[in-house]
Design a protein around this ligand. Structure first.
Ligand SMILES: [Zn+2]
Length: 71
C-alpha cells in the first residue's frame, strides 16, 4: 500500500513521525505547527477570537504538561 502523505508539504507517513488523517486530507506535525503560528498571527486583529484561541492553546499546553511534555 502506498504511504499516505501530508496534503500541505507532501511528506509521506514514513518521513514524518505524526500524520493526522482527515476526510480526504492529511496534515503532518510540521505543517500543523505552521498552521497554529499562522492562526496566532491572523487572530491578533480579532480580540474575541484571540481569547478563544488562547483558551485552546492553554488547554493544549495543559494537555502537554499532563502527558509529560513541556512547550
Ligand atoms: Zn506537512
Amino acid at each position: 500500500m502506498k504511504p499516505k502523505s501530508c496534503s500541505f508539504c507532501g511528506y509521506r507517513s514514513n518521513e514524518t513521525p505524526i500524520l493526522v488523517e482527515g476526510p480526504g486530507v492529511n496534515i503532518c506535525s510540521h505543517c500543523a505547527l505552521i498552521a497554529i503560528r499562522f492562526m496566532i498571527d491572523k487572530t491578533k486583529a480579532y480580540p474575541e477570537m484571540m481569547e478563544e484561541l488562547k483558551k485552546e492553546l492553554k488547554e493544549l499546553s495543559d494537555h502537554l504538561h499532563h502527558v509529560g511534555t513541556e512547550i
